[in-house]
Design a binder for this molecule. Structure first.
Ligand code: DC
Length: 231
């Protein structure tokens, strides 16, 4: 068991909200792996590369400098936290993230991030299945399609982009289909993941369940919580 909370699920399932809540209660940092795929996609688009070009995309994934800390993502020295949420990146990110070489590079960086931080809450699509199969806690979040579209639309309007619900819903469906059917590391719940539907569950309840499970699972992990009290 490694001191990681793995949170997977489709877009709009509430991963970021739940990840932040659990991280705060556990005093752990959060890694948003979707932001990493988005940042590489932004670099691909800015360099005028074709998102379908696996070689170009993987070279770019290897060459970019990426720093993620406290919800801020820095790409080659520039804060791109807002830009990576834009419509161009959202449209192309499933294509870029389907290339196995791009995934291999980012998975290596995700593991290095956890090594460096010692522990963390990591959210994405393949965290419990591929990146950290030994995670102390694995959660797979879902929500009804309507609810997920509604949440995404709210994110858009928070960023001052007004998009019709139907449009958000179509984009979301397209992306989820692409992410779930790609040959390499598709979006999926690990066999031992706790599957939670967030449509009607309170965030606080989900967070409490995760925190309890994490504390139980890491009681005897050398670097887990309580390690300093024990030694
Ligand atoms: O979580 P998000 O919507 O910001 O993620 C953007 C895209 O990145 C998502 O459509 C698929 C990809 N992704 C992935 O392939 N694997 C991950 N672990 C996280 C995200």
């Amino acid at each position: 068991v490694i001191p990681v909370v793995a949170i997977d699920g489709p877009s709009g399932a509430g991963k970021s909200t739940v990840a932040r809540g659990a991280a705060e209660m556990l005093g752990l940092p959060v890694l948003d792996t979707g932001a990493m795929y988005r940042a590489v996609t932004l670099a691909v688009l800015e360099q005028g590369a074709d998102p379908h070009d696996a070689r170009r995309c993987s070279t770019i994934a290897r060459d970019v400098a990426l720093h993620l800390e406290d919800g801020v993502i820095v790409l080659d020295g520039r804060d791109v936290s807002a830009e990576i949420r834009g419509p161009e990146v959202t449209r192309a990110v499933s294509t870029v993230s389907a290339h196995p070489e791009v995934r291999a590079e980012l998975v290596a960086r995700q593991r290095a991030w956890v090594d460096e931080h010692g522990a963390g809450v990591v959210e994405g699509r393949d965290i419990g299945t591929v990146v950290f199969p030994e995670a102390a806690v694995k959660v797979f979040l879902t929500a009804s399609e309507h609810e997920r579209a509604r949440r995404r639309q709210r994110d858009e309007s928070d960023a001052e982009r007004d998009v019709a619900l139907e449009e958000v819903r179509e984009e979301l469906e397209r992306r989820d289909r692409a992410d779930s059917t790609r040959p390499v590391s598709p979006l999926a719940a690990a066999d031992d993941a706790v599957v939670l539907d967030t449509t009607d569950l309170a965030v606080a309840d989900i967070v409490t369940r995760i925190v309890d499970r994490y504390r139980q699972a890491t009681e005897h992990v050398p670097d887990g919580p309580g390690a300093s009290e024990r030694s």
